[in-house]
Design a protein around this ligand. Structure first.
Ligand code: PGA
Length: 867
């Protein structure tokens, strides 16, 4: 068995020692010994496969009420520190490897494509058109407070310095101690504006450095392999945001919030550029310039500085102008920079001049970095998407049609709705009645549309309609935006997120594209969003995955037929049951033709930190996205063979039936879910600005996908990832094992799904789940729990048969070992959590409730994700 890298183990040990010393200083040696004993017992329990953990349980049982919280905190903080060390190790390995050609590096890909007969033109042309839009969302899955994240980042920085031989031990001890003495659970939910500011901080602290570095390396690799560099305005990866724009089920995101966030992102961009220009001005002290620049600045000794001083002043005015709006005292927009061109033009002039005067090397330094930043971040850092639920738009039309005494819009059938909307879209008369008092909910939708209409086009992305199913869902939003005077054709994007909506997606888009009015509106560009987690919650993982695949195939065909370019927007979460997993593999597993030079994809919660929080890792992820999208565009894998397709169809049907038989039809299921998992208690964890449910009433269907998965992750039953797949695979393994083997070998879509299933199963643990049942579930419901656990065990065996291996993750020892190493630290948290849930449900106590929250946070850290 490959061992965890020595350097990683040293770092983990050292951080663990720092934590131990801190705990000892505060709580004494005897307490530290207790923690140590618990850890050793948990470790022994795992090693000897002693599933009863008697000794461990009695040690935990002996803890006094005052000791429970610090014990939970000790394990939680250790897991956080282990994560930092692992993350740092990834960076270290990446830097060590950077001299070599990583298999998925862009240079390798260019070479491979050229070997496969693609010309320089095709490759460079493909890259030039590439558009990967990573959409940062405020989805509530980041369990750690920002304050702690900053300290984690500082620890990572110390580890980096330690590798360089610097003496940082004292600072490390100090940071670990700061963490220990800081509450890990927020007191209050963050506001949406705070969430948005956090998104900007990721850009400021990591992406602002990472993007020009990534583009520089892309440029070099292109030069080296193809002899052609990357144009200055070319940026294959850009960023958008939902933070402060996504109001689906989140009443805290109001029109006022969206307006504020739009202004803040513009301010932040102006501020970052201001700082860049300041530095650039300090550097560009050269006196030689071309005639164009001379004409512009006149006879001054330092022409570049003179020009940049003007740019800096304009950025300064821009900041003041935005601030005045934020403060509610707007001033005229005189001499401010609103559009990219206004900032680019003087910088390009400097660039040309430096080149003309033989100072290429200077042109290619900081100045070029800044030009590349502008290509990526524009004048607003990110483009803000808006998201709202289809029902809320229908609600607006209900009130309008009632006012005009036309009946109830929601009761109309689809043809009647479309007829009404198209007539209004073509009409010159305003639709919104003058003497009309809409309800507060409707007013809010309209106010949001007004904010959108008054924003500059360059600050907006798409308007996404969640739970969309019909053309009228899209037409209605376009109409509302027009009614409030929007000056451009904003992308209005249906999000299909239940299985039946995915199945109807192509019909909906076909109907829209058949409307001349609509074709005229979209000007050849259609965007469609695919919802991964809600469809999996609705239909089970396997049926949903197949539904998503087919929907994308069908949408690709429909758009081709109408000669419209399709951009797919993937609403993926971090965890497997929410469509998470390695992006590179996922993109290469898409149906052929569906990745046509680009895609949009959500990046959420803790994944933003994991994937983009550190510049080196962010660069790697941008490379992976670029490589995968370029490859999937130019050289897609062939579509599935007919027998694979029919086998998949059979399995999806079976999976759907079996999943729903439990989740929807078993009368005990909801009760069991509520008893055995911390679902109800999770809602109290102040993770994000939005509530855990779309509605306050209702059962599983009203629960959002994130807490649904979060809850099952905490107990390690991991039900959403495998329920339904188990029965489908069982039947297939019994009848068609060789076929499954060939599907696994030759069909990236199937392989990706099995690999993801394998990964989740490796993190599952039926013994832990059984303990929750034993503590929390009534006799009557335990039968269901035990049948689910035996199905989980079967799933493990089935995956092993398909993978033709005797152990899960046999080919991925690093991940397997990382899970194994963590288990002894997570186990005590599970046992404490089950106990705390029991007590909280019978005799709520604020001290114990805090410990419960900490246990949730610790288990999430141990599992490396929440929901
Ligand atoms: P949503 O996202 O609930 O906002 O649609 C689900 C997810 O990210 O898993």
């Amino acid at each position: 068995m490959a061992d965890l890298h020595e350097a990683l183990r040293d770092d983990v040990r050292m951080l663990g020692d720092c934590l131990g010393q801190t705990i000892e200083t505060q709580l004494g040696e005897a307490f530290l010994q207790k923690v140590e004993r618990i850890r050793k017992l948990a470790k022994a329990g795992r090693q000897e496969d002693n599933s009863e953990y008697h000794e461990l349980l009695s040690a935990l049982g002996e803890l006094s009420e005052d000791e429970v919280l610090p014990v939970a905190r000790a394990f939680t903080q250790f897991l956080n520190l282990a994560n930092i060390a692992e993350e740092h190790h990834r960076v270290r390995r990446r830097l060590e490897d950077s001299g070599k050609d990583a298999p998925e590096s862009l240079g390798q890909l260019f070479r491979r494509l050229s070997d496969r007969g693609f010309s320089v033109r095709e490759i460079a042309g493909g890259l030039g058109k590439l558009s990967v839009d990573l959409v940062l969302t405020a989805h509530p899955t980041e369990v750690n407070r920002r304050t702690l994240i900053h300290k984690f980042d500082d620890i990572a920085d110390c580890l980096k310095r330690l590798d360089r031989g610097e003496k940082v031990q004292h600072r490390l001890r100090e940071l670990v101690s700061q963490i220990w003495h800081t509450d890990e659970i927020r007191q209050q939910r963050p506001t949406p504006v705070e969430e948005a500011k956090w998104g900007f901080a990721v850009i400021e602290n990591s992406l602002w450095q990472a993007v020009p570095k990534f583009l520089r390396s892309l440029d070099e690799q292109l030069q080296e392999v193809l002899g052609e560099g990357l144009p200055l305005d070319c940026c294959p990866v850009r960023y958008s945001s939902w933070m402060g724009g996504d109001r689906d089920g989140n009443p805290n995101v109001t029109a006022r919030v969206t307006r504020e966030v739009l202004l803040l992102s513009r301010w932040m961009a102006a501020d970052l550029y201001y700082r860049d220009i300041d530095q650039l001005r300090a550097e560009l002290s050269m006196n030689r310039c071309n005639s164009e620049l001379r004409e512009r600045v006149g006879d001054v000794p330092e022409p570049y500085r003179a020009l940049l001083a003007d740019v800096r002043a304009a950025l300064g005015r821009t900041k003041v102008w935005i601030k005045a709006q934020l403060d509610g005292n707007p001033i005229p927009a005189e001499g401010v920079l609103l559009h990219e061109q206004e900032l680019l033009q003087p910088l390009l002039l400097c660039h040309r001049s430096l080149q003309d005067c033989g100072m290429q090397i200077i042109a290619q330094g900081r100045l070029q970095d800044m030009l590349r930043r502008i290509a990526c971040f524009g004048m607003t850092l990110v483009k803000l998407d808006i998201r709202q639920n289809a029902d809320r738009h229908a609600g607006v039309f209900d009130e309008i049609t009632a006012f005009y005494e036309l009946g109830c819009y929601s009761d109309w059938d689809e043809p009647r709705r479309q007829k009404f909307l198209l007539a209004e879209l073509n009409s010159r008369r305003p639709l919104l009645p003058r003497a009309w008092q809409p309800s507060a909910l409707v007013q809010e939708v309209l106010d949001t549309c007004k904010v959108v209409a008054s924003a500059e086009e360059n600050s907006l992305g798409s308007y996404v309609i969640s739970m969309a199913s019909q053309p009228s869902d899209v037409l209605g939003v376009i109409l509302l935006l027009q009614e409030v005077g929007i000056g451009h054709n904003m992308r209005v994007v249906p999000l299909f997120e239940t299985l039946s909506d995915l199945q109807g997606a192509h019909g909906c888009i076909d109907a829209l594209l058949s409307l001349d009015w609509y074709q005229d509106y979209i000007q050849g560009q259609q965007e469609v969003m695919i919802g991964y987690s809600d469809s999996a919650k609705d239909a089970g993982q396997l049926a949903a995955a197949w539904g998503q695949f087919q929907a994308q195939e069908e949408l690709t065909a429909v758009c081709r037929r109408h000669q419209v370019h399709l951009t797919l927007f993937h609403g993926r979460g971090g965890t497997v049951a929410r469509g998470g997993g390695p992006s590179h593999t996922a993109i290469l597993a898409q149906p052929p033709g569906s990745v046509d030079h680009g895609l949009r994809v959500t990046e959420q919660g803790e994944m933003i930190r994991f994937k983009f929080g550190i510049p080196e890792i962010a660069i790697r992820n941008m490379e992976l996205y670029t490589a995968a999208v370029l490859q999937a565009t130019l050289d897609p894998v062939p579509g599935p063979q007919p027998q694979w397709r029919s086998q998949m169809e059979r399995m999806a049907l079976r999976g759907l039936k079996e999943y729903r038989a439990v989740v929807r039809e078993d009368e005990h299921f909801v009760q069991y879910f509520r008893a055995a998992t911390p679902e109800q208690e999770l809602a109290k964890l102040p993770l994000g600005s939005r509530p855990a449910k779309r509605r306050t009433d209702g059962g599983i269907e009203s629960l959002r996908a994130i807490p649904w998965i979060f809850a099952w992750t905490q107990t390690r039953l991991m039900l959403p990832a495998w329920l339904g797949s188990d029965s489908a695979l069982q039947e297939a393994v019994a009848d068609q094992l060789p076929l499954l083997h060939s599907m696994y070998r030759d069909w990236p879509f199937f392989r990706a799904n099995i690999d993801m299933l394998e990964m989740v199963l490796a993190k599952s643990d039926p013994d832990i789940a059984a303990y929750y049942d034993a503590r929390l579930v009534s006799e009557e419901l335990r039968v269901l729990g035990s049948s689910l656990r035996s199905r989980l065990r079967d799933s493990v065996e089935l995956v092993k048969q398909i993978r033709q291996q005797t152990q899960l993750l046999a080919e991925n020892p690093v991940i397997r070992q990382s899970i194994e190493v963590r288990n002894p630290y997570i186990d005590p948290l599970h046992f404490l959590q089950a106990e705390l849930l029991l007590r909280d449900r019978t005799q709520p106590d604020s001290r114990l409730e805090r410990a419960l929250m900490v246990s949730m946070s610790g288990i999430s850290a141990g599992m490396r994700n929440t929901g």
